[in-house]
Design a protein. Structure first.
Length: 289
């Protein structure tokens, strides 16, 4: 690398004249060298495009600069930023932003956690727990899945998937569960402090079902651990890492098959003695006095 190339590579953050003085070269000579034919700049432009594409658009200016220097191109990060901007290119983040699924309503008045210190339920439809997770869609978008699970049988008793997560997301899932299961009065319906669950509409529906609302303590994810524990299994089995559903419609079809057919009917759970939720509930009914 020549001294002129070194100065060009280090023009950020140091001034050109300071670098020229330190390296004992003429600033005039540097600027004359800098005005070399544009075809020379085109060489590193091509190399930058190839490197950016080869690394699947994950390289930002720091890694691109290191890549180009290794290939013999002395390019500064400022020049790379300008080149990226001119060409409408942007490095993809390797740590994408994850959507938040729990946004508390500070004005909501919620009840205590009714599950604290209580023994585990001994029959289905004594306690349901609810939660929301996100699933990736093509193009960097997300969809949101709300479920209600029976804590005794592990069965997903109701679910709903949508592109957004308003109160209706959990209400549709709850309505499905109440319609299909017809639980007796006294059912405990537990969730976190998300605004969807603490909303007046959700609490009113729970009251009409003659059920009892219960909420996790603020900032304590362990209060709703069973609802959250199922997400890791679902995502691992339903969607391989690094992949996404092509559309919301595809996501609905895949989730419906996974939850209604596989998870509830066929998948064996260690907590159930390696029986499926359906098998557990059928045996429970058979053994009733």
């Amino acid at each position: 690398m020549s001294r002129y190339q070194f100065i060009q590579a280090c023009t950020e953050p140091w001034p050109v004249r300071l670098l020229c003085r330190l390296l004992a070269v003429s600033a005039t000579g540097y600027y004359q060298w800098h005005k070399r034919p544009a075809r020379l700049a085109a060489v590193w432009h091509l190399a930058a495009q190839e490197a950016f594409t080869r690394h699947a658009r994950h390289y930002g200016t720091r890694r691109l600069q290191a890549e180009l220097r290794a290939e013999g191109h002395a390019v500064g990060r400022y020049a790379l930023r300008s080149w990226l901007h001119r060409n409408g290119l942007r490095a993809l983040s390797t740590r994408p932003q994850r959507p938040r699924t729990t946004v508390a309503d500070p004005a909501a008045v919620v009840t205590e956690n009714l599950l604290l210190g209580q023994p585990a339920p001994t029959a289905p439809d004594q306690v349901w727990v609810g939660d929301i997770t996100y699933l990736p869609l093509a193009g960097g978008h997300w969809c949101y899945l709300a479920t209600w699970r029976d804590t005794c049988s592990r069965r997903v008793v109701g679910w709903h998937l949508a592109a957004q997560m308003p109160t209706e997301l959990v209400l549709f899932a709850l309505e499905q569960a109440l319609t299909l299961r017809q639980p007796a009065p006294g059912l405990i319906i537990h969730a976190d402090h998300g605004s969807q669950y603490t909303s007046a509409a959700c609490r009113a529906r729970i009251e009409r079902a003659e059920a009892v609302a219960s909420f996790s303590r603020p900032g304590n994810p362990y209060d709703n651990v069973q609802a959250e524990a199922g997400w890791s299994t679902l995502k691992t089995e339903l969607l391989p890492p690094g992949t996404a559903f092509s559309s919301l419609e595809e996501a609905r079809l895949e989730v419906a098959h996974y939850l209604d057919t596989y998870f509830n009917l066929d998948r064996r759970h260690s907590a159930l003695g390696y029986r499926s939720p359906h098998q557990f509930e059928q045996e429970f009914k058979t053994n009733l006095p």
